[in-house]
Design a protein around this ligand. Structure first.
Ligand SMILES: [Zn+2]
Length: 375
């Protein structure tokens, strides 16, 4: 995920922090130090409120991390590749390279997060029983963590996709109906309805004078929009799955040599053929790719003296084979935020597939209400 800070590496998983967490951290610390703690423990000193607030916020962060690690470790144990975890606004996201292939796998991956939070809540509650002075900062911190982990477990178990509970629901529906799309549609609809209910409830709270309702409304908005986004993403993925790259798009096999100058490239390839990118090859070997963005970095008066090998992108080059499906190409494009990938077969470049080609394909299939047989 972009806009994140790499913190550490645990069991081969990169742990990152989304910048929004800095804001959240301040907000949680302040609401504890200036709100909850002074109300519950009026006899503390001012500095104690803040130190305890910071400590509690840090431990909340660790709790969320443990929840996410539980998801990732189960995913890894089930043979899925997990590149990292990014902690952000309302918890975390585990970066999975792929979706689970079986309902069983999704079920165990999803349930283990809330289970971890529930266990943490129990552990903190047990520890709280050992503390004699219930008014002490130690008791306050432990009590807060028991409560907040309980809330995390319950909230994440709500059955709306893409919350953990929604994933559990989806895996059950998926194994009952055998259709991932139908299961996702139902679970995402529950997610949207839950989101709207949270928004309505939150706004009612605000009208009643409780500003904390804004949080609920924000979470609701986030839930309903991510439910819709997940639904669209899956629909797209299913439409692109199994459609071979060369079947669906014109892969434009032409390439240029590394000594071609920019002026020729712009006039002969970009302008005349309305292309935005072209592979650079020498003796059929791919050396790089040159795009409109690369060209724009060079002043126009230098175009006729500059060969493309000076401006092309050499590494990293992302490619698919012509036997791969469009889903593979689209996944690379979105994952690396690029506009096109090369099509390479037996080390020879046979073309380029770009984002616009794939979107055009989707648009056209939609307009033709095109259904491939057997689906
Ligand atoms: Zn979770």
């Amino acid at each position: 995920m972009k806009h994140s800070l790499r913190l550490m590496r645990i069991a081969g998983i990169d742990i990152g922090l989304h910048y929004s967490w800095i804001f959240i951290f301040i907000l949680i610390t302040a609401s504890l130090a200036a709100g909850l703690f002074p109300q519950m423990y009026p006899e503390w000193e001012q500095a104690t409120y803040w130190i305890t607030g910071i400590l509690a916020a840090l431990l909340l962060f660790v709790s969320v991390l443990i929840h996410e690690l539980a998801h990732s470790l189960v995913a890894k144990a089930r043979g899925m590749s997990v590149t990292g975890i990014t902690l952000f606004l309302l918890g975390g996201v585990s970066n999975l390279e792929e979706e689970p292939e079986e309902p069983k796998v999704e079920f165990s991956m999803a349930i283990v997060g809330p289970l971890a939070s529930l266990i943490l809540a129990g552990v903190f509650w047990g520890l709280l029983q050992l503390v004699e002075d219930r008014q002490s900062p130690l008791a306050a911190t432990i009590g807060y963590l028991a409560l907040i982990n309980g809330v995390l477990a319950v909230f994440n178990l709500l059955p709306g996709y893409p919350l953990d509970g929604g994933r559990v629901l989806r895996s059950i529906l998926w194994s009952r109906t055998g259709s991932l799309i139908r299961a996702t549609n139902i679970a995402a609809t529950v997610g949207q309805v839950l989101g709207w209910a949270l928004i309505a409830f939150g706004l009612l709270q605000v009208l009643a004078g409780n500003l904390g309702g804004l949080w609920l409304a924000l979470i609701g908005w986030f839930l309903s929009s991510s439910a819709e986004a997940s639904r669209q993403q899956l629909t797209m993925r299913e439409q692109l799955r199994g459609v071979r790259v060369t079947e669906a798009v014109r892969t434009r096999p032409e390439s240029i040599g590394p000594d071609t100058n920019i002026a020729e490239l712009v006039n002969e390839v970009f302008r005349r053929e309305q292309r935005r990118a072209v592979p650079v090859c020498s003796d059929d070997r791919v050396l790089g790719i040159v795009t409109i963005t690369d060209v724009r970095e060079v002043p126009q008066e230098k175009w006729s003296q500059t060969p493309v090998r000076e401006i092309m992108t050499r590494e990293p080059l992302y490619s698919v084979s012509s036997k791969d499906d469009l889903n593979t190409a689209m996944t690379l494009i979105t994952k690396h935020d690029i506009n096109q990938v090369l099509v390479v077969d037996n080390n020879r470049c046979t073309g380029v597939v770009n984002r616009a080609d794939i979107l055009n394909y989707l648009q056209l299939s939609h307009e033709l209400s095109f259904r491939r047989p057997g689906r």
